[in-house]
Write a protein that binds this ligand. Sequence first.
Ligand SMILES: *[C@@H]1O[C@H](CO)[C@@H](O)[C@H](O)[C@H]1NC(C)=O
Ligand SMILES: *[C@@H]1O[C@H](CO)[C@@H](O)[C@H](O)[C@H]1NC(C)=O
Ligand SMILES: *[C@@H]1O[C@H](CO)[C@@H](O)[C@H](O)[C@H]1NC(C)=O
Ligand SMILES: *[C@@H]1O[C@H](CO)[C@@H](O)[C@H](O)[C@H]1NC(C)=O
Ligand SMILES: *[C@@H]1O[C@H](CO)[C@@H](O)[C@H](O)[C@H]1NC(C)=O
Ligand SMILES: *[C@@H]1O[C@H](CO)[C@@H](O)[C@H](O)[C@H]1NC(C)=O
Ligand SMILES: *[C@@H]1O[C@H](CO)[C@@H](O)[C@H](O)[C@H]1NC(C)=O
Length: 537
Amino acid sequence: MPISTFLTAGLLALQVHALPGRDNPALMRRACPDYTTYASTPHAPYSSGPLHLPYQRPTEACRTFSSASVEKVIEDVTSRLVDPDLAQLFRNTYPNTLDTTIRWHVNGTSTSASARRNNKRDTSDWSGLQTFIVTGDINAEWLRDSTNQLMNYQLLAPNDTGLYNLILGAIRTQAEFVIRSPFCEAFQAPSVSGIAPENNTEIDTVHPAYDKSFVYECKYELDSLAHFLKLGRTFWENTGSTEFLTDRWFKALQTVLKVIDAESQPTFNSNNLFVENEYTFQRLTTLGTETLTLTGEGNPLNSGTGLIRSAFRPSDDATIFGYFIPPNAMMSVELQRIAKVLEAFGGHDDLASELQERGEKLAAAVKEHGIVTNGKYGQVYAYEVDGYGSRTIMDDANVPSLLSLPYLGFLNQTDEIYQNTRKMITDKMGNPYYLEGPAFHGIGGPHIGLSNAWPMSLLIQAQTSDNDTEIMECINLVRNSSLLGLIHESINVTNVKDYTRPWFSWANSVFGQTVLKVASEKPYLIFGEGAEPYNVS
Ligand SMILES: *[C@@H]1O[C@H](CO)[C@@H](O)[C@H](O)[C@H]1NC(C)=O
Ligand SMILES: *[C@@H]1O[C@H](CO)[C@@H](O)[C@H](O)[C@H]1NC(C)=O
Ligand SMILES: *[C@@H]1O[C@H](CO)[C@@H](O)[C@H](O)[C@H]1NC(C)=O
Ligand SMILES: *[C@@H]1O[C@H](CO)[C@@H](O)[C@H](O)[C@H]1NC(C)=O
Ligand SMILES: *[C@@H]1O[C@H](CO)[C@@H](O)[C@H](O)[C@H]1NC(C)=O
Ligand SMILES: *[C@@H]1O[C@H](CO)[C@@H](O)[C@H](O)[C@H]1NC(C)=O
Ligand SMILES: *[C@@H]1O[C@H](CO)[C@@H](O)[C@H](O)[C@H]1NC(C)=O
């Protein structure tokens, strides 16, 4: 579709995007429609299924990155999918990260020393490959989202130099973020990109202090750091490459370990005196979930649990009890898997065994303190605990969640305590944030409120089930509620046309991942009876 079609479609909001892979900056600019606006209205051609889902990919000239191997996967999968509506959703969502969110990418070693120095306050090393990936409708990069946004392309990286460099650049950019502001979860474009920092108008008082031209928001979420480790770990698993293990990456790893140690400190010291946490956060707000109690400290946490505190959840809502179980489970997995990477790399035996030991101890702590007895469901995992016996029984759609424990690699989905937990959190009577209505149902969370369930929870439910009926019900419910051809953040349970976030790249990525998992493991469900499995690699 030519750009003029967009213009005549009545879209007034235009935004100039920088496109990668061009030498002449003047040629890098095109007038492309703002994708939030573009994604909010349907575009032809429509699918031939009953839902008539629109085609929502930007025109080629407006895509932020292109890859022939990604186009091949789209062709391979959509040509085999029996359901044309599902095919249209895959066509739009699988490439969405590349199409719309690669805001800045340096492919090669061209970032000059002078560019590196163009902002005196920025001591980061922006040399070599770099990739800055926005979450979607907010012009900033979340560590968690960007790792997940790239996950589908990891499988293609071994044979696609463009994707290999894109992901390697993303690991390097994340490492710089972690080194300088390890307590923060969302970042501005690197100063050398020339992209102006996004204006975050919230009034926050945060320790340690951070630079607003470097950080978009500074909520300390343990899973952000686990996602930094996961990005490198999955790159190694897919490509066999240890090229990301630079001095800067090791510095970022040491920074992660320092945060873990600081956030393993209880609220009271061995003399029973209160000690302020290294991280505190207060926001001027009317929303209880957007700030921390006790002048930015959060509720008291007991000593001796072996758990790591997280001030916020992956929804960016405050934790009620800082010993938040899902990211502790995720971190225990990532520490042990990074230990394997370092063993394969060689020369870091002490560090590898330290990480292995930290990971094993953390996994044991998760089981010791995270498993609680529930009168109705038996032994289950709690969402959060405080080490005094208090616990939060619930689940939230955002990953890491309790539902996602097998997806994170923490346990097998056949695990009995997981199955009890799963029954509880997918039951209206067991999980206050299991939301259902006549039009939609699933796990939601406090972030959007009590009328909206999140498609991401249904996709994770499908990915952690072996039950064919459940898998297809989840996928089809998401399909039925994605009437703009993309996966939204949340859907009003009374009306699927009422949704939040037209452009949420992470959710699109999880949809692509879900379809590919079914294509590989249960091809008959989506390709028709007797179909051969389809594997990306
Ligand atoms: C990035 O660089 C590699 C190696 O020089 C090249 O093969 C690849 O095509 C480049 N990718 C892009 C998107 O320019
Ligand atoms: C950022 O937002 C504040 C508050 O709305 C406003 O005063 C300021 O001018 C904005 N800055 C930029 C660069 O847009
Ligand atoms: C989970 O456990 C089942 C039964 O013991 C086993 O067949 C399956 O391979 C395990 N899955 C994983 C991912 O380990
Ligand atoms: C499979 O899932 C369906 C739909 O959720 C449910 O009705 C059925 O009982 C499940 N089957 C088994 C064996 O759990
Ligand atoms: C999706 O919508 C179709 C009608 O278009 C309906 O037959 C089907 O039951 C719905 N599936 C789910 C899981 O809601
Ligand atoms: C959800 O939809 C209902 C009915 O359409 C509406 O009354 C309600 O305000 C909506 N909730 C939200 C949070 O938008
Ligand atoms: C990469 O290419 C090799 C050799 O052509 C092939 O065997 C392998 O399956 C390819 N892997 C992927 C992920 O496409």
